[in-house]
Design a protein around this ligand. Structure first.
Ligand code: F6R
Length: 652
């Protein structure tokens, strides 16, 4: 068995290792929640290693069902570590992978054969003929025969002892897309649009992304003796709730695991964030009613009942499982006013502090009246997308605003966009000549490469340079638009990002130094950072880790004593209402101005490379989200604004 979670149910105030009981009524599959993917992966790897060793002792083979994708990578890394450092041998392991794109050559960049070799097989002692992966090269008329034989082979080894799974945002397991039946067998599957959109980044765009895959069916997956499903990051939160708490349905194939006697979900806190025990822990167990929990409960009640906070009654609290809260506080009236005021105090049109005003109940200090503000933008457009209104206000209200653009963002520029720019320079050069032969070479090489580029080829250094330059130009255009001098735009080009691939290097010393340098240079009173704690593989998270580390190292410097750190959320999600500590409203005109600022990022408009499964453009996502935040405040009974940007303070 997997050892107990290191962080479990913290919302309930439980100690690590304590069993979850009451939550079982909501989650229909045992679920272990960990602080992060690393801790969780270690526990899963320990279970797999124990199984391999147990089988070894009995002189038996250990038959594993393996998955690809981002989720299991950390598990494989830990297994490799155990192989190297703790002598874990894979000589008795036989493995079957869930799926492979179709058609697909095994040595292609995106092939799952290549993935498994790079992530696991090449680093351990599994014998060459012991691993099996669906063959993306079989002829179309042979796929059925191949699929039958694949399942027979699993049976010939006595069936799967252990199946590792990830979960798609649409609930797929393997590539069993919504609609797959519980008795489905290994077969060729049409991929769902959302699955293809999620994979499009790896293939350089949706058009190049395969439409089909061979996948192990639901039936062979469910016949494994043990199943462990992994999920990290808040993008998985809604589907995790549906799979664990909803009914068994072919619309969410992962919900079929509810019918398995020995399945386990191992997830991080972000992926768990929509579960009932996280959303409304007071419905699950006794909770400690601290300030944060009270705010969460009252705003939840107000939203669920569709009633402004100030209209909530004693009966509303009692009828909705909050009688103990009421007993503690006394009257709904007092509770309502207290939470209402807390929310009211988060709203400010003065994100840099209001000069000469009493700041006791304001999110920011009045002094110094003119602040130095440093906005960190992980990609060149996050500043304007996520906090464009606040960016503009800070400048308009006389603060000295700087932006630290953390990465070049070069992989998100489409080839034809880069070719257009490279051609421009080449044509200009052909007519007038450019002084620098090196400049001529870079653009000529880039243009030549792009003209001949094959779908899955990695960009050359020259092309990456051109793409980076395009994004840099767009970021500078936004700064001019807002009104800050271009010298206040600092381009960090953090090295971890520069792989030319979706997969990035781990955060390194040079990255942290780059962040420290710009903080030292600006000596800010305010730092704004993209607080995407949720996506363990995302660029935003790495960029944030670099800022956290830089701030920790610098915190004893004199200028840091004055420095507050505000976290905004990236393009995907907003802070929960009870978490928000500063909400900056925007008028319709200000919102329109923000839209125009986002438009400066032309390479990220109209069919971007990394669309993800959300087909809206970035300006649409930003506006809808900012409007939703304002409307939420309004539903709770506060003033009605057009839109709002929200921040949480990180107290280091
Ligand atoms: C991979 C597979 C898929 C993934 C799922 C989640 O072999 O079969 O079901 O597990 O799409 O992918 P990630 O882990 O990349 O979020």
């Amino acid at each position: 068995m997997i050892s107990e979670p290191s962080v479990s149910e913290n919302a309930l105030g439980r100690q690590p290792g304590e069993p979850v009981q009451s939550a079982i009524t909501y989650e229909k599959i045992p679920t272990h929640i960990y602080a992060d993917a690393k801790d969780a992966s270690r526990a899963v790897a320990r279970e797999i290693a124990a199984l391999i060793r147990e089988k070894q002792q009995k002189g038996q083979q250990c038959v594993l069902g393996l998955a690809t994708g981002s989720s299991p990578k950390t598990v494989y890394a830990e297994l490799i570590r155990q192989h190297r450092e703790e002598g874990l041998s894979f000589r008795n392991v036989v493995s079957f992978n869930l799926d492979e794109y179709y058609p697909m050559e095994p040595d292609s960049l995106q092939s799952y054969v290549r993935f498994m070799k790079e992530q696991l097989f090449d680093h351990v002692d599994i014998p060459e003929g012991n691993y099996f992966i669906p063959d993306g090269t079989v002829a179309p008329n042979k796929v059925s025969e191949f699929s039958r034989a694949y399942e027979e082979k699993i049976q010939s080894y006595g069936g799967l002892d252990f199946q590792l799974l990830g979960i798609g945002g649409n609930g797929h397991i393997g590539f069993n897309e919504p609609g797959s039946l519980i008795n489905s067998h290994t077969r060729l599957m049409m991929l769902d649009h959302s699955t293809r959109a999620a994979a499009a980044g790896d293939f350089g765009g949706l058009a190049q992304t395969p439409k089909k895959a061979i996948t192990m069916g639901v039936a062979p997956i469910l016949s494994a003796k043990r199943i462990v499903l992994l999920a990290w990051g808040e993008r998985k939160a809604p589907v995790i709730r549906a799979a664990l708490e909803g009914t068994v349905t072919e619309q969410i194939p992962a919900s079929y695991l509810q019918t398995h006697p020995n399945a386990l979900f191992v997830i991080d806190q972000a992926a768990a964030s929509d579960l009932t025990r996280m959303q409304t822990p007071w419905l699950v167990d006794t909770v400690e009613w601290n300030k944060q929990m009270v705010k969460k409960a009252v705003t939840y009640l107000s939203r669920t009942l569709g009633k402004p906070i100030l209209k909530l009654t004693n009966k509303d609290y009692n009828d909705n499982g909050m009688s103990d809260l009421l007993a503690q506080v006394g009257q709904a009236y007092d509770l309502n006013i207290d939470v209402f005021n807390q929310l009211q105090h988060t709203i400010t049109g003065w994100p840099g502090g209001k000069p000469n005003a009493d700041d006791t109940n304001r999110p920011e200090r009045a002094q110094p009246a003119k602040k130095r503000c440093l906005i960190f933008s992980p990609h060149p457009d996050d500043d304007i997308i996520s906090m464009g209104g606040t960016f503009q206000r800070l400048h308009d209200q006389g603060h000295e605003v700087h932006v630290g653009y953390q990465t070049s963002g070069n992989i998100a520029v489409a080839d034809d966009e880069a070719l257009r720019f490279a051609d421009f320079v080449v044509d200009f050069n052909d007519k007038f000549g450019i002084d620098s032969p090196e400049a001529t070479r870079i653009f000529r090489d880039a243009a030549a490469f792009l003209r001949e580029k094959k779908g899955s080829e990695m960009d050359t250094e020259e092309v990456r340079y051109v793409k980076g330059l395009i994004r840099k130009g767009e970021a500078k255009a936004t700064c001019r638009f807002v009104g800050i001098p271009v010298e206040n735009a600092h381009f960090l080009n953090m090295p971890f990002y520069e792989t030319g691939k979706v997969e990035k290097k781990p955060l390194g010393e040079e990255d942290i130094q780059a962040v420290m340098d710009v903080i030292r240079e600006v000596k800010p009173h305010q730092i704004y950072a993209a607080g995407d704690l949720a996506d363990p593989h995302g660029t935003h998270k790495v960029c944030l880790d670099a800022i956290f580390e830089a701030v920790r190292r610098l915190k004893n410097e004199d200028f840091m004593k004055e420095c507050w750190v505000w976290l905004y959320r990236g393009a995907w999600a907003e802070w929960d209402i009870h978490e928000i500590e500063m909400a900056v409203p925007m008028s319709p005109d200000q919102l329109m101005r923000k839209r125009l600022g986002i438009f400066k990022h032309q390479s990220q408009k109209d069919g971007v490379v990394y669309q993800g499964s959300d087909s809206r453009e970035f300006w649409q996502r930003a506006e809808e989200r900012n409007r939703a935040t304002a409307s939420l405040y309004n539903q709770l009974g506060l003033a009605e604004y057009e839109a709002m940007e929200a921040f949480v303070r990180w107290k280091y």
